[in-house]
Structure formats: structure tokens, C-alpha cells
Design a protein around this ligand. Structure first.
Ligand SMILES: Cc1ncc(COP(=O)(O)O)c(C=O)c1O
Length: 407
């Protein structure tokens, strides 16, 4: 019989655009014993998780819970439940994940209209307003932080624009939740979804979502319960049934809400992970956002001191991921491979129009620390040298140390 060795993953420093290193507290939480999904201890954990998600999204939304699956599962849940076939959906695209939103929205039967911005930039409120006037959508779906370009789209003005016209606004906050302040209520964003594996320092596999009563009303009209669990006397909604069972927000609301109507089996260990990830982020509070900004500033100072060029409009760059232009003539994959094999550090490649043009360096969550920024710069300096690009000796680490205020 073939036997296979024990798992023995090397201890990598994950400084790509996610996943990143998991906080040891989260790993410990994941090793806690199983509970039945309707055990009162477990349902109390579910309620606590909901309460913590309201805090991290800065919302009073009752409906703040987890979708079992990676961040994309949260995106699909929101879109398949909010969009009825034929609905007009406006997607402003400024990177790979805007294209993903258009793709998922069109699979949901939406009439998708999109506007595009060059990668490395974001939209002005006027550009969004013009598109809204022109297309009169029912829903606007926009990425908050597009990991592919490192840019964050400001949402507050878009929220106000949508609310004043009774348009629903959904945003994908996978790259930003836990790394940048998100103000779901103040910005008037009706629905948001995220993932654990970036600034929340958890493993991929759970997607925290939140949505308000405006979205709940749309979804509830589409509520059609599974025959085998339908309580006596329940009357289905008169809206079109949501096309997915697993991602049916109406049934998920009953599972997470007081009726605790059976749906899937909640992914117990992932709930432990999400609960602990968010608990850690809330304990740290706003200092967490400052930590990300400081790391970004130090990393950028270091890269520039090495003579490298930062990618994109720096005024709208996310603090948790930095794009750096690959110097001419340097073997991009060679450098990344050497970083991995010789230093055990992972940095990110890029997609689409940026492929082969930039690397993406993440400073997210648990990994976002001074020593990691310094080690990454030192390693990059050494690898670049081997591949023919010589930065002024020690300049990167020196500039980062200065940015951190070290003597
Ligand atoms: C902005 C954004 N949205 C969605 C996703 C999809 O997430 P997942 O791979 O967890 O499904 C990602 C992943 O990198 C992302 O960065």
C-alpha cells in the first residue's frame, strides 16, 4: 500500500496579497472540540460572532453573520440573493475583482452595465453619478479594496448617491476588513462581504457578511423554504426563488436568526476561527489601522530608497498591500522564486494587464509587523542583486527603519 508522509508545511512568511500567516490564537481556537450546531453553547457562539461582526463593520445591522466558504462565497451569496434575473446592476471596475462582480452578476441573470477605470486608479463620485444617471440601475456592486491593483475605492459618497436614488449598494470588502476602517452605516452601504485570510489573519474558508433591512426586505420577498423543513402554515414569498440553495440568504437568515431553522451544518471550526479573528481585531481597535498605515509607509519608503517605483495612485492605495514596479530586465519569477526558496518569503505576482509588470507585497493582519517589513526589504534587496538590479547598499532597510522612527 502506498503511504504518504506527515504534513510538514515549511514556515513561510506570507507577504503576498493573501492568504497571510494565521494568528496563533486563531489556530488554537480551531482546535477546540466540536459542538452540535443547535447546542446552546454553540448558538451562543454564533450570536457572539454576529455581535462582533456588527462592531467590525460598524453597523447596527441585525443581519451580520458568516457564509461558509471563501470570500467568493460571500460575494455569490449577496449577489445571487439580491439580484433577480433582469435587474440592472452597475459595476464600476477598477481591477480584477470588479470583473469578477460582473461575471457573477451576469450568471445571476442581471443586465450588467459596467464602467472601467485604468488599473491603479479609482472612480470619482462624479463618474459614478454620471453612470447612475445614464443607466438607472437597481443595484450598484463595487469592490472596496481591489487586491489586484492595491487600490481602495472610497465608498461614502457612492453610498449617499445610491441611497438618495433608492439604489442598493453592495461592496466586496475582502481585502479591507480588519485593515482599514469600514463604516457600513455611516457610508450607507447596504451590504458588504469579506474573507478571513487577509487583514483578519484567519484561514480562508469563512466569509463575514452584513446587510441591512433594505436588503433583507428584497430577500425575504424571495423566500421559498425547502419542503422538508417548512414549518406548518408557512407561506412562500411572492418573489422569484433564489437560484442557489447553499447561498440562499433568506434561508440563511432563518438559520442564523431566532427561528434557527435548519439549513447547512455550520462549519464549526471555521466559526471558531472567525470568532477569534474578529475578537482579536476588535481588541486591538483603531491601533490596528495605524499599524497597517505605518507598515505601508515604511515598506514604501524602503522600496523607493532602493530606487524602485511604487505602482498606482498612492493617494488611494490600500495600506495593506503595495504594488511595486518590476525593474526592467529583471526576471520577475526568478526573484519571487528566490525569495521563497532562499528566504521562505512569499510575495505576490499580478494578474491581467499587470502580469509581469508589478509585484504585490502584503502587510496584512498578523504579518503586518516592523520586523517582517525589514526582513522582506533585506531579502528583496539580496534577490534583486542576484538578478542584476543593484540598489544602494542597505538603503531599503535603512529608510524603513527611519520611517518607523528607529534610532
Ligand atoms: C477583493 C477580493 N474579492 C474576492 C476575492 C476572492 O476571495 P477567495 O479567494 O477567498 O474566494 C479576493 C481574493 O483574493 C479578493 O482579493
Amino acid at each position: 500500500m502506498t503511504t504518504f508522509p506527515d504534513l510538514n508545511p515549511p514556515p513561510r512568511l506570507l507577504m503576498g496579497p493573501g492568504p497571510v500567516g494565521v494568528d496563533p490564537r486563531v489556530l488554537r481556537a480551531m482546535s477546540m472540540p466540536m459542538l452540535g450546531q443547535f447546542d446552546p453553547v454553540f448558538t451562543a457562539y454564533m450570536n457572539e460572532t454576529m455581535a462582533m461582526l456588527r462592531s467590525i463593520y460598524r453597523t447596527n445591522n441585525q443581519w451580520s453573520f458568516l457564509i461558509d466558504g471563501t470570500a467568493r462565497a460571500g460575494v455569490e451569496t449577496m449577489l445571487v440573493s439580491m439580484i433577480a434575473p433582469g435587474d440592472k446592476v452597475l459595476v464600476p471596475i477598477f481591477g480584477r475583482f470588479g470583473h469578477l462582480l460582473t461575471e457573477i452578476a451576469s450568471r445571476c441573470g442581471a443586465e450588467v452595465v459596467s464602467i472601467e477605470r485604468e488599473w491603479g486608479t479609482v472612480f470619482t463620485p462624479d463618474e459614478i453619478e454620471d453612470a447612475i444617471r445614464k443607466h438607472n440601475p437597481r443595484i450598484v456592486a463595487v469592490v472596496h479594496g481591489d487586491t489586484s491593483t492595491t487600490m481602495a475605492q472610497p465608498l461614502a459618497e457612492i453610498g449617499a448617491l445610491c441611497r438618495s436614488r433608492d439604489i442598493l449598494l453592495y461592496s466586496d470588502a475582502t481585502a479591507t476588513l480588519g485593515g482599514m476602517a469600514i463604516e457600513a452605516d455611516a457610508w450607507q452601504v447596504d451590504a458588504l462581504s469579506s474573507g478571513l485570510q487577509k487583514c483578519l489573519s484567519g484561514p480562508p474558508g469563512s466569509s463575514p457578511i452584513t446587510f441591512n433591512e433594505r436588503v433583507a426586505a428584497v430577500v425575504t420577498r424571495r423566500k421559498h423554504l425547502e419542503a422538508g423543513i417548512k414549518p406548518e402554515g408557512f407561506v412562500d414569498g411572492n418573489g422569484l426563488r433564489i437560484a442557489s440553495n447553499y447561498f440562499d440568504l433568506a434561508m440563511l437568515m432563518d438559520y442564523w436568526g431566532p427561528s434557527r431553522l435548519n439549513h447547512h451544518t455550520e462549519a464549526t471550526s471555521m466559526l471558531y476561527a472567525a470568532r477569534e479573528s474578529v475578537r482579536i481585531a476588535l481588541e486591538e481597535g483603531d491601533a490596528r489601522f495605524d499599524r497597517h498605515v505605518r507598515a505601508s509607509e515604511a515598506l514604501c519608503a524602503g522600496l523607493q530608497a532602493m530606487g524602485l517605483t511604487l505602482f498606482g495612485d498612492q493617494a488611494n492605495k490600500m495600506p495593506n498591500v503595495t504594488g511595486v514596479v518590476i525593474p526592467k530586465g529583471v526576471n520577475a519569477d526568478g526573484v519571487r522564486t528566490m525569495m521563497l526558496e532562499d528566504f521562505s518569503i512569499e510575495i505576490g505576482t499580478s494578474f491581467g494587464p499587470l502580469h509581469g509588470k508589478i509585484w504585490r507585497i502584503g502587510t496584512m493582519g498578523y504579518v503586518c509587523r516592523k520586523e517582517n517589513v525589514l526582513i522582506c526589504l533585506a531579502a528583496l534587496d539580496a534577490c534583486l542583486r542576484r538578478f542584476g538590479y543593484t540598489a544602494p547598499a542597505g538603503a531599503g532597510v535603512d529608510a524603513a527603519l527611519t520611517a518607523y522612527g528607529s534610532a
